[in-house]
Design a protein around this ligand. Sequence first.
Ligand code: ADP
Length: 535
Amino acid sequence: MYCSGTVVGDPGQVLAVALQAYIAIEPTGRVIGWNPAAENTFGYRRGEACGRDLADLIIPARLRDAHRAGLVRLAAGGPARVLGQALSLVAVHQDGHEFPIDLMLTATDESCGTVFHAFVTDTTVSRRVSRYAAVESAVNRGLAEAGTYAAAAGRVVEALGVHMDWPVAELWLADTERRLITCIARHTAPGLRLGAFAFTELEPGVGLPGTVYQQSRPRWIPDLVADRTSPRSRIAAAIGLHVAVGVPVHGGGHTQGALCVYGNRAEHPEETLITLLSGIAAQVGQYLERRRAEELDIELARTKDEFLALVTHELRNPLAVITATTALFDEEIGTLDDDGQRKLVHTIAGSSQRLTVLVDDLLDLARLESGHLALHPTHTDLGHIIRDAAQDLTGPLAGKGLTLILHVPDPLPLYADPDRLRQVADNLLSNAVKYTPDGGTITVTAAIDAVHEEITWTVTDTGIGIPAGERHRMFRRFYRASSAIDRRIPGTGLGLVITRAIVEGHHGSITLGDQIGPGTTFRLRLPVKAPLAGS
Ligand code: ADP
């Protein structure tokens, strides 16, 4: 560097303090110059680099032949256009990780022959910044434009896969009812065959998505081959994936899922990458919350309509029957014999009973909504509760010619509220009776799972079933399946909501089985000993 004709620095010294990596090579590729910045950039000391073939040092194995052929052409006098131009290339560090570089090449004729001088800048950070900006804006756009959850999730993983070059990007969300996490969107690089890696469901704690979700903190697996914590890592390694990063997705005050990406290059655990992914996961969490709030609004409007419909129908009908029957009674009291009078009284009692059940259910629903559905746990016997409930249905079962099969051990002890469990048994059994046509079969099984210290309880019938497309709505207030409405079977759509609240109040779960063909199965899990909410 010169100033007013005065030499202010010797080129050797300038290169020694330069921030840019400098490498000199002979036309054969042999390294003859290597400054301290090159040591920092590529990891080799000057003494280790000088004398070796540049391709072996810093060019990824798959690109070495092309690099050597290029050098031969350059040494032979062309193509001269690569001289003096910034070339964007991929280099490899001594520790094996690849990174992007910009390389400027010049040549000088020295007494020993042509020497090529390469000035190299590691562009990892600058590229990362622009890729992060691209991925963030793609995610923003995707979440703003997508009309459905699935489309929004698809846009997020696509943005990560495409802009960040991750061969696999996945968004997992919790399915709390089934105690699983499910992959709701996955981006896969073209040509990559996932095979057994393409799980769509995992248990919390299993695999990278499962552990990130369960522990609610980011996790970096630097080498999937060496990872012993999950069989899924070995499957990932077998299809050429090398590293994996996952971050939790939070929303509504708790962990909702995990955002995971898998790479096929060795990469350093990078704080900024975790920060980027966490930022995107936060956007996804906010999006989920927003959508949930919108859905709740719609649900509220729908519930109001359905409540009005219920009140007009389910309250009015029995009231009309009571009014009409009382009027009839009044008119014909002098002419009716005992039997006739008894029939009218039964009709009035039946309608009052319907109203009582409805009012009880509505009161339970109100308590449920205000969080005051009280549970009074004690040491009790579920076997006894189920048998008692079945006993009370002897009349309706016989009336429809239904067969009831009970596989329920005696006793089946647990710590729970017996009255509330009786309500659950009554609701599931009376539904099975109500929705099973004459001559069908109802099967109730219950057993203790000693490993998990819980009772599994199923109620299966051979009845009208619930259409597959409506199953996810069955535990909503006032929801009635089209199979019930089409057959004009009376009901309120309240029993299952209350049943679920009771089961969950006991820290259990109730799900609808995937039934193929006619019939319905409800599956319940109840902890034998778990402390009750509010107890
Ligand atoms: P209700 O039976 O009073 O309508 P529930 O909340 O108990 O209310 O049930 C909600 C809906 O679920 C019912 O309307 C019916 O469509 C469906 N359902 C419940 N149990 C069964 C069953 N065993 N078979 C078929 N459909 C059922």
